[in-house]
Write a protein that binds this ligand. Structure first.
Ligand SMILES: Cc1cc2nc3c(=O)[nH]c(=O)nc-3n(C[C@H](O)[C@H](O)[C@H](O)COP(=O)(O)OP(=O)(O)OC[C@H]3O[C@@H](n4cnc5c(N)ncnc54)[C@H](O)[C@@H]3O)c2cc1C
Length: 392
C-alpha cells in the first residue's frame, strides 16, 4: 500500500532519457524516484557522443520530436549549469558528387517544410565553414539547429535539478502489480518502492524491463564504435558528415555500417563516430569498424590522416525495428509507461520524451501527437542477425 512517503512515479533508468522524464515529471508537480542498477549515465548514455541533430532526420514523427527537443535543449541550457556543455555549433552535411547533392536537396526541402533551417552551401564556399574539408566535394548543407551536449553531465544535471530521490546500484527485479493487473511499484534487492506509475526508461534493456511488467517491447542492441583523437587545435568547427550517413541511420540492416560524423571538441580531441551493427551485446573490439571510421574521417578531413587515435569506445544503441522510440502509457498494463528505444538519437530526443511522459502522467495536453510512439504498436520485423554474429 503506498504511504505518504511514496512517490507519484518510479522511473527505471538513470540515463539521459530517465533523467529528462524525472525533470519534466517533477516540473509538472509530481514526486519522483529514479532507480538504476548502476551509476548515473552508466548505460548507453555514457557512450553517446551528444549530438543533438535535426539534420539526419527525414520529415516525419522523429523529426517533429527532434525539433521540439531542439527548442527544449536551448531552454535547458539556460536552466542547467555550464557543465552540461551545450554548444549550438551547427551541422554541415556534404555531398561527394552531383547525384548525392541532388538527393540532399530534396531531403532538405522536405525538412524545411517541417520547420528545419537548412541552407545550401555551394562547393566553393564550403571552406568558409570548414577550412580543412577535402577538396572536390560537390557541395553541402548547413544546419544551424544542430547542437551538442555532454551526455553524462546532461543526465546528472537533469537529475539533480529534478530533485528526484535516487536509488543507484539497485536492480529492479520485479514490477509489482495489484489484483487488477495495474502497476503498484517495483522491487529491488533492498526495497519495494510503491507508486501508482512506473516509467520504463531502461534504454537497450527496455525489453527486459517491459517483460518484468508482463508487456512485450522488441528492443535490441545496435553496437556503435567511436574514435577519439589526440588533442588538436580546432580543425573541425561543426558536426560534419557525408550524405551517406543519413541512409545508414535509416537502415535497419544488421550488417556493419559506417559513415563518419566528425567533430572537434572544446578540449581538443576530435570525435569520429559511429558505426552501426547488430551483433547482440558483443563487446569485442572490431578493427574493421575502427579502420572504416578512420578512413572515412580522413577522406572528409585529409589533415586527420596523420593524427594519432588515443582511444576507441563502444556502446549499444536501443534499437526498435521501426526506428521510432516507444513513449507513453502502455494500455496492456495500467500504470506502466515506456520511454525507451531511441536508438542513436536518445540524447537529442530526451527532453521531448520527458515532456510527453510528463503529459501522459498528468493528463496534460501533449505538445505534439504522441500516437506514432505508442508502445503497443506493430513494430514490424527486425532485420535478422546472421547466426555466426549472434551473442548473448
Ligand atoms: C557510439 C554511440 C554514439 C551515440 N551518439 C549519439 C549522439 O551523438 N546523439 C544522440 O542523441 N544519441 C547518441 N547515441 C544514442 C544514445 O546514447 C542513446 O539513445 C541514449 O543514451 C539512450 O538513453 P537511455 O536513457 O534511454 O538509456 P541508457 O543510458 O542506457 O539508460 C538506461 C539505464 O537503465 C538502467 N537499467 C536497465 N535495466 C535496469 C533494471 N532492471 N533495473 C535498474 N536499472 C536498469 C541501466 O543501468 C541504464 O543506466 C549514441 C549511441 C552510441 C552507442
Amino acid at each position: 500500500m503506498p504511504n505518504r512517503h511514496s512517490p507519484d512515479v518510479v522511473i527505471i533508468g538513470a540515463g539521459v532519457v530517465g533523467a529528462a522524464c524525472a525533470y519534466y515529471a517533477a516540473r509538472s508537480g509530481l514526486t519522483v524516484a529514479v532507480v538504476d542498477r548502476g551509476p548515473v549515465a552508466g548505460g548507453t548514455t555514457g557512450a553517446g557522443e551528444g549530438n543533438l541533430l535535426v539534420s539526419d532526420k527525414e520529415a516525419g514523427p522523429e523529426l517533429d520530436l527532434a525539433l521540439l527537443s531542439t527548442r527544449l535543449w536551448r531552454e535547458l541550457s539556460a536552466a542547467l549549469p555550464p557543465e552540461t556543455e551545450y554548444e549550438p555549433k551547427g551541422g554541415v552535411v556534404v555531398a561527394s558528387d552531383e547525384p548525392a547533392l541532388k538527393a540532399l536537396r530534396s531531403f532538405a526541402e522536405d525538412q524545411r517544410a517541417a520547420g528545419v533551417t537548412a541552407a545550401e552551401i555551394p562547393a566553393d564556399r564550403l571552406a568558409e565553414l570548414e577550412p580543412h574539408l577535402a577538396p572536390g566535394l560537390a557541395g553541402g548543407f548547413h544546419y544551424p539547429q544542430d547542437a551538442q551536449v555532454q551526455p553524462a553531465q546532461a543526465a546528472a544535471r537533469l537529475l539533480a535539478a529534478s530533485g528526484a530521490a535516487l536509488h543507484l546500484g539497485e536492480e529492479v527485479t520485479a514490477v509489482l502489480r495489484g489484483p487488477s493487473g495495474a502497476v503498484r511499484g517495483v522491487r529491488t534487492a533492498r526495497r519495494e518502492l510503491l507508486a501508482p506509475a512506473v516509467v520504463n526508461a531502461a534504454g537497450t534493456w527496455g525489453g527486459e524491463v517491459a517483460r518484468l511488467a508482463g508487456a512485450h517491447l522488441p528492443v535490441l542492441p545496435r553496437r556503435g564504435f567511436v574514435l577519439v583523437t589526440e588533442p588538436l587545435p580546432r580543425v573541425v568547427r561543426h558536426k560534419v558528415y557525408a550524405a551517406d550517413y543519413i541512409a545508414d541511420v535509416a537502415s535497419g540492416s544488421a550488417a556493419l555500417q559506417s559513415s563518419a560524423v566528425v567533430e572537434g571538441t572544446p578540449g581538443g580531441p576530435v570525435l569520429i563516430g559511429a558505426t552501426r551493427e547488430r551483433v547482440g551485446f558483443d563487446r569485442s573490439l572490431s578493427t574493421e569498424a575502427l579502420r572504416r571510421l578512420a578512413a572515412q574521417a580522413a577522406a572528409l578531413f585529409p589533415v586527420l590522416a596523420g593524427v594519432q587515435v588515443l582511444r576507441a569506445y563502444h556502446g549499444f544503441r536501443p534499437y526498435l525495428p521501426d526506428h521510432l522510440p516507444a513513449i507513453g502509457a502502455d494500455p496492456r498494463v495500467p500504470g506502466l509507461l515506456h520511454a525507451c528505444g531511441h536508438e542513436g538519437a536518445g540524447i537529442g530526443l530526451a527532453p521531448a520524451t520527458g515532456v510527453l511522459v510528463a503529459a501522459a502522467l498528468t493528463g496534460a495536453e501533449p505538445p505534439l501527437d504522441p500516437a506514432p510512439f505508442r508502445p503497443e504498436r506493430d513494430y514490424g520485423p527486425a532485420d535478422p542477425v546472421p547466426p555466426q554474429e549472434q551473442q548473448s
